[in-house]
Design a protein around this ligand. Structure first.
Ligand SMILES: [Zn+2]
Ligand SMILES: [Zn+2]
Length: 365
């Protein structure tokens, strides 16, 4: 099958022929129909997060089940599915206490020594055919071989290109609001960064019934988009956003969400809280970066926490989000700025770097 491979940090992805294994007892082979190009892929291309290479990137996708292993119970051939990188075992402590997105059980991966899910022909004769799977998925490819607990079946009238977005950015943003921070009707929310995840966070805050939803970004077109997603106020980030938020809200917000991944904006997210408020760090802050907070602020019971993949319970959450889209409550059409072919993946990364567009989605025939 055709796949986009990262061979070296900082280099463009290469379109290559890659081989994919047959489903093991609990594995599912999926024909990829759509894959979003997410900012977190870019973090790995740029090397701010390390990953074994070569690897097939991509982790925000939807497709059709082509084959299932002998013990698979949750999906069947022909099912339309959304994938999720939060593969979970279902019986460890975090899974059983309702925090399955934190599961790190190795059993959802193939064991060392087993044939890998992805490999390549030994063209060089060196015997090295290793190809790393990315975040349990590797979606920039015509097919995916995943654990059955890395995908969920959805209704068939849901378009694949929009379903794919639910697989990462939308689950991440909406989940941060409803699961990680537990926003309640009437509370105030600030969202720093209005890319795909930030816009989904704003949408989630609107769905949760937040009173005031303040969108913060430097780019006017993104702030305009933020209004469409439910922002009640917008703030130009280049002019002291903390002060502006405090003025707008009379002292700060109940919940803030950092959706960029920078030290300065993470610190701003904490500073713009009212007493008792909670800051949620969604963005991927580069490895090695330290965050500084003013210690006495803890006397006001201000909290700061990470939010990873929206603290999801994706087999329940994603079909609900599909329903929300179908009911017109979840905005996905506006998130897609461009539909592209796999071969154009590098240009989508260039656009992400420039920060103009919300999101490109790769569509497969
Ligand atoms: Zn992502
Ligand atoms: Zn588990």
């Amino acid at each position: 099958m055709k796949a986009a491979v990262l061979r070296e940090v900082g280099q463009p992805l290469q379109i290559e022929e890659v081989s994919i294994g047959k489903p093991g007892p609990r594995e599912v082979l999926i024909r990829t129909k759509a894959a979003g190009v997410c900012h977190s892929d870019l973090h790995f291309v740029e090397g701010s997060y390390p990953h074994p290479l070569p690897a097939v990137l991509g982790h925000e996708s939807a497709g059709i089940v082509e084959a299932v292993g002998s013990e698979v119970r949750t999906v069947k051939v022909g099912d339309h599915v959304i994938t999720c990188l939060s593969a979970y075992c279902g019986h460890c402590e975090v899974c059983l206490t309702g925090h399955m997105s934190l599961c790190v059980s190795p059993e959802t991966k193939r064991a060392k020594g087993e044939e890998p899910r992805l490999f390549r022909e030994d063209l060089s004769g060196s015997g090295d055919t290793k190809m790393a799977q990315f975040l349990n998925l590797s979606s920039f490819a015509e097919q995916m071989l995943v654990h059955e607990h890395a995908c969920v079946a959805i209704r068939r009238d849901m378009p694949f290109d929009r379903a794919a977005l639910i697989g990462c950015s939308v689950m991440t943003g909406v989940g941060a609001v409803i699961h990680t921070s537990g926003v309640r009707p009437g509370e105030t929310v600030a969202v720093i960064g209005c890319g795909g995840v930030g816009l989904a966070t704003i949408n989630g805050a609107a769905m949760a019934g937040a009173g005031r939803i303040i969108a913060i970004d430097r780019i006017p077109s993104k702030l305009e988009l933020a209004r469409q997603f439910g922002a009640t106020d917008v703030i130009d980030a280049s002019e002291d956003p903390v002060k502006q938020v405090q003025e707008l809200t009379g002292g700060g917000v109940h919940h803030s969400f950092e959706a960029i991944g920078l030290k300065v904006t993470a610190e701003q997210a904490f500073k713009m809280l009212r007493r008792g408020g909670t800051a949620n760090i969604i963005g991927m802050i580069p490895v090695g970066t330290m965050i500084e907070l003013h210690g006495p602020d803890f006397l006001g019971e201000k909290k700061i926490q990470g939010s990873f993949m929206g603290s999801n319970r994706f087999p329940v959450d994603m079909p609900r989000l599909v329903d929300a889209y179908m009911a017109g409550k979840l905005k996905l059409d506006e998130l897609i700025s461009r539909r592209i072919r796999l071969e154009e993946v590098n240009s989508a990364f260039d656009e992400l770097k420039r920060g103009e567009l919300a999101r490109s989605v790769i569509v497969f025939d």
